[in-house]
Design a protein. Structure first.
Length: 255
């Protein structure tokens, strides 16, 4: 998953993680930049379906406070979700070690570009990080979903029309990935609380744009579909992703 800072990469990763976890899959969530406390706060808001802004500012209604407490208690009793990291000093090899030990059904790395890798410079290290994640995914047969940044050219692209050359720091991110989506939101979409996932690369397949609600008051992140016709929304399916063949199977690295 690629986007510039502040678009919603961490939220997207938490929504994926939460959906998988609630469906009975074990999840390893690695955060490289945001603190574990902040990640947990967001996860509670998703689980309780309470307005995140009110939760963060301490202005929840009595009803929402009760929902928050019930969700928090339920999460404390649950298993299958492990959160690690929270600083800038986390190595790609450590992610591999956690995956090998935990054997999660899904591993998520929020901010893979901040992982430490081999090499002298930042670009060499970034390349080694994505190489290592691909190796771990294939060796352990574990799907790994990560976030990375778009470069400046990608951020300036009209209507979010970007390719693999728009990924920041290293071409290895594009080479090693099986699926890449970017997050796109213009001013009108922000006003309407909507966001679009735009496919950059889908290995051995094709996908159009996926438009979602992006509403932090209602905590509604569902896909915009036929049920939203009364609101004047339509599904936009333009834009094809790059596709290439690969005979390898097993673990995937998803961006």
């Amino acid at each position: 998953m690629a986007a510039r800072t502040g678009v919603g990469k961490t939220w997207a990763m938490l929504l994926i993680a939460h959906s998988a976890w609630k469906s009975g899959y074990s999840v390893l969530f690695v955060t490289t930049e945001m603190s574990q406390r902040n990640v947990t706060t967001r996860l509670i808001a998703i689980e309780a379906a309470i307005p995140y802004g009110d939760f963060r500012s301490g202005k929840l209604s009595v009803f929402d406070e009760e929902k928050m407490r019930k969700a928090t208690d339920a999460m404390k009793e649950s298993t299958g979700f492990v959160l690690v990291g929270g600083d800038f000093d986390f190595k790609a090899s450590s992610v591999g070690a956690y995956i090998s030990e935990m054997k999660p059904d899904l591993a998520i790395v929020d901010g893979a570009y901040l992982l430490r890798g081999e090499g002298k410079g930042r670009f060499d290290q970034a390349a080694s990080v994505f190489d290592e994640l691909k190796r771990v995914a294939k060796q352990t047969k574990t799907p790994i979903v990560v976030t990375t940044q778009l470069n400046r050219e990608g951020a300036k692209a009209k209507k979010g029309a970007v390719g693999t050359d728009s990924l920041a720091l290293t071409d290895a991110a594009g080479w090693n990935s099986d699926v890449i989506y970017s997050l796109y939101q213009d001013d009108d979409m922000k006003e309407d609380s909507r966001l679009t996932l735009k496919p950059i690369k889908i290995r051995e397949s094709w996908s159009g744009d996926i438009e979602c609600h992006w509403d932090f008051n209602k905590m509604d992140f569902s896909e915009v579909g036929e049920g939203d016709s009364d609101d004047g929304f339509e599904v936009f399916t333009g834009g094809a992703a790059e596709s290439e063949e690969d005979e390898d199977v097993g673990g995937e690295v998803l961006f």
